[in-house]
Design a protein around this ligand. Structure first.
Ligand code: FAD
Length: 412
């Protein structure tokens, strides 16, 4: 079968890889001149298989006033007149309760577990180098309240198979001596020993090379648009001509909502902007060995080869590039405060990207009412983590195999 995938981020590329394993002929259409240059470019680098708590939770409701009115908050909401955004927010608010958050967590954990297995198989088959390491993750807390909430989430996830340990402040510093500088505000942490990191963009580039060498066609620098005839996609229109296939897959990240509309579908995806900086490590004894998430600052740190990446912020609305310098400076200040002397102050690589978020945090994977159109969208803050599982689930559905997880959980 000939399959066209629109989007060459981590979701489109892992989907192409899985479909190639099933013997399909695959064409990938990407509007950027190179792969992995959308949201998959410089994300937080976490393969966060056990730490999947969705953003929609009861605690969010109490934080809303702070997000609306504080310019310095790491989470920021600037309202717009877009009715799609309001519909998304209403669904998000409806998901902000314990029962829905627990259900979403269970779905995300199942997809994450499948992702881990499939990523490892893909690495073994391809040998792609992307600074992949199983170095564990430590999530640090600065208030008793947040440590208690984290322990509650840990117990919920333990019942679903995650192995995590609650640590005291002293135990956190014993594990990561670089954290001594924030000892005064450390209350405790959650340690997950088998979490992983990797460079998502390097994995995208490696997949591109592997896929191209094994027969996948890439149309880069090519914007695609769905051509429809009733409830069927007839082709993808591009500036270079029309391309037909048996099956079409949207893996177009934050453009998924607009592309879905071309087929008459309403896909609830909102862009949530985040930022990162990657700084050269100059004193490895002061840098973390593990991924660190600083809950108070909502910032994650990941060692990637000879760099340390800091990522954070969640902004809904007001999307423009004006904030990049200020946000990058804030991330750099946080990095210097938590790991003083670990990194150089020059050659910093700032970046901003848009998380393709669904209200519940659970992605939309599978068939649609358009008979030859499938979706692999909305992995949000966890797209790198969930990519291989999402691709495997979709490949199973296309092949008519029974997936190892419940496909109905990801139908949107
Ligand atoms: C600051 C930040 C930190 C993050 N940290 C992590 C993390 O630590 N761990 C994790 O798991 N996830 C993380 N994420 C989320 C993760 O990066 C995303 O979920 C993931 O990259 C989404 O991949 P994607 O392939 O869906 O989207 P993209 O990478 O954006 O790819 C979609 C592609 O589709 C193309 N496209 C769109 N429309 C068209 C069209 N009409 N024609 C042709 N091409 C088109 C785009 O150009 C783009 O290249 C983070 C995100 C951000 C912003």
């Amino acid at each position: 079968m000939h399959v066209i995938i629109i989007g060459a981020g981590i979701i489109g590329l892992t989907t192409a890889w899985q479909l190639l394993q099933d013997g399909h002929r695959v064409t990938v259409i990407e509007r950027n001149p190179r792969v992995g240059e959308g949201t998959s470019f410089a994300n937080g680098a976490q393969l966060s298989y056990s730490y999947v708590a969705p953003m929609a939770s009861k605690s969010v409701l109490g934080s809303l006033p702070k997000w609306l009115f504080s310019a310095g908050s790491p989470v920021r909401y600037i309202p717009s007149a877009d009715p799609g955004e309001w519909a998304w927010l209403l669904r998000f608010l409806a998901d902000c309760n314990d029962a829905r958050a627990a259900a979403s967590t269970a779905k995300l954990l199942a997809l994450a577990a499948l992702s881990r297995t499939r990523l490892h198989a893909m690495i073994e088959a391809t040998g792609i180098e992307f600074h992949h390491a199983r170095n564990g993750k430590l999530v640090i807390q600065s208030t008793r309240e947040s440590q208690d909430a984290a322990e509650t989430q840990m117990r919920l996830q333990a019942a679903m198979g995650s192995t995590q340990t609650a640590l005291t402040a002293a135990e956190c510093i014993a594990l990561e001596p670089g954290l001594e500088s924030v000892a005064h505000r450390l209350v405790g942490g959650i340690h997950t020993p088998d979490e992983e990191v990797g460079d998502c963009h390097a994995l995208c580039a490696g997949l591109h090379a592997t896929l191209e060498a094994t027969g996948t066609t890439f149309l880069l620098g090519t914007e695609g648009r769905l051509a429809m005839n009733g409830q069927r996609v007839t082709a993808v229109d591009t500036p270079g001509g029309t391309i037909e296939a048996d099956l079409y897959i949207l893996a177009s990240g934050v453009a998924g909502r607009a592309m879905g509309q071309q087929a008459g579908l309403s896909v609830p995806i909102l862009p949530i902007r985040g930022y990162s900086i990657s700084a050269p490590v100059i004193a490895s004894n002061r840098a973390p060995v593990r991924s660190i998430t600083d809950t108070a600052r909502k910032t994650v740190y990941a060692p990637l080869g000879n760099r340390l990446r800091a990522a954070g912020f969640a902004e809904i609305g007001g999307h423009d590039s004006r904030h990049l310098t200020a946000r990058a400076e804030a991330l750099h200040a946080d990095l210097q405060a938590i790991f003083p002397g670990a990194c150089a102050n020059t050659d910093l690589q700032p970046w901003a990207g848009l998380r393709p978020a669904t209200p519940s945090g659970v992605p939309v994977i599978g068939p649609t009412r358009v008979s030859n159109l499938m979706l692999n969208l909305g992995q949000g803050a966890l797209g790198f983590t969930l990519a291989c599982g999402s691709a495997a689930l979709l490949a199973d559905l296309i092949a008519g195999r029974r997936p190892s997880i419940n496909a109905a959980d990801y139908r949107g």
